[in-house]
Design a protein around this ligand. Sequence first.
Ligand code: NAD
Ligand code: TDX
Length: 330
Amino acid sequence: MRVLVTGGAGFIGANFVHSTIENHPDAEVTVLDKLTYAGNPDSIAGLDRVELVVGDIADADTVDPLVKDADVVVNFAAESHNDNSLNDPSPFIRTNIEGTFQILEAVRRHGTRLHHISTDEVYGDLEIDEPRKFAPGDPYKPSSPYSSSKGASDLLVRAWVRSFGVPATISNCSNNYGPYQHIEKFIPRTITNLIDGVRPRVYGTGEQVRDWIHVLDHNSAVWEIINKGRIGETYLIGANGEKNNLEVTKMILAEFGRDPDDFDHVNDRPGHDQRYAIDNSKLVEETGWQPSFQDFAAGLHNTVEWYKANEAWWRPQKEAVEAKYAKQGQ
Ligand code: NAD
Ligand code: TDX
């Protein structure tokens, strides 16, 4: 089985490559990755049965032969950071929309199975204390240039399934944590700040809620959908891990033996989504998937240990990331 993983040098894609090689001895993996600031070839270095092609998913000539050779395409490639999309939306439009379009056109030509990776943010946000969670049939109501570009990509996939019979599925997952996540994101930024003795930065009140899932659980759900999902369907992936940003900050502070109030409130994110929460019942009922990492504190502890042990992986980015945040008062 030849698996084409786009964005396989990024956080979730690299973890997907590792677990695919480990759990699928018959799989050969081709990674197509542009190696933007967010892609790091070291994340997949030295793995057997993995080939890295450096290229752009929005470039039809690059994408076509790779899709032709693949049995299944898993599209992780994206611009993924909300804060960056507020500063410059243009790469989000090109990669997330134009890139998905080119993958769909190649898949249409060659009849290849596609799984498209998306986010729960396409559904907008929930009130902090309402009982409702996001469900697969909910209307799209994205808030940021990032989430609207992901929503647009999902709508293209749905249309290509209906109009052209492309064999595709979509998943919308909640916030991931774990190894190899870029240090611009909340959990690794907080951990690496504390390694450097710097106080964590909490946007606004810190009462915003995210539904945390370990990256390996996201990826095991993706394999379940590839194997058992119904073509044309959308599956929501989440592991009932709601926590607000203050709680997460305090848990990470505790990992470093620091006082729970040892953090700073900084400028809020414009348009900041208040709460995400996933109703995963369709995924669980149709595929039997269950998450393995039910204990967030234990998963967070392992993630802190990973960043402590892998400073060489993240250190080169730290200064530039913090300089960018400093300019935004964050
Ligand atoms: P990431 O930013 O860590 O990685 C993205 C990867 O895509 C990088 O390796 C980058 O070099 C590559 N890339 C960017 N533009 C490209 C292009 N034009 N052509 C080829 N490669 C390109 O992102 P991530 O956190 O691993 O997210 C992966 C996917 O999962 C995204 O589609 C994202 O929307 C989705 N998602 C992420 C989360 C999360 O919590 N991180 C949650 C739900 C869904
Ligand atoms: O330093 C920080 N302080 C802080 O309070 C940072 C970087 C973030 N935050 C807040 C903003 C959010 O409420 O923490 C929360 C999480 O922020 P991010 O890590 O930027 O993630 P989020 O915006 O929730 O989006 C993530 O989950 C959904 C991924 O980055 C997306 O790719 C995915 O689609």
